[in-house]
Design a protein around this ligand. Sequence first.
Ligand SMILES: [Zn+2]
Length: 87
Amino acid sequence: MQKKTHAEYLQDVSYYDITILGKYEGALKPIKARCDKCGHIWHPIANNLVQGHGCKKCFAKTVKDRHSVGRANKGLTQKQESARVKS
Ligand SMILES: [Zn+2]
């Protein structure tokens, strides 16, 4: 496999809302990255970002309606809101 340069890698991920904070050291090495939407910082495998595996937090938001954990969180929020209205 041909190794990309850091600059080439930045071009590959420029389509996504991600800022690369670390240095590209190979497709299968973790790299420090920040999500521009929510500010989440994590260390994904470099190649996963190229393939569109973006921020897990933002991804979870988009699928929360199909996910049981997402439904539980939604119920909690509604409870908190009704409590706030009463007081
Ligand atoms: Zn995010």
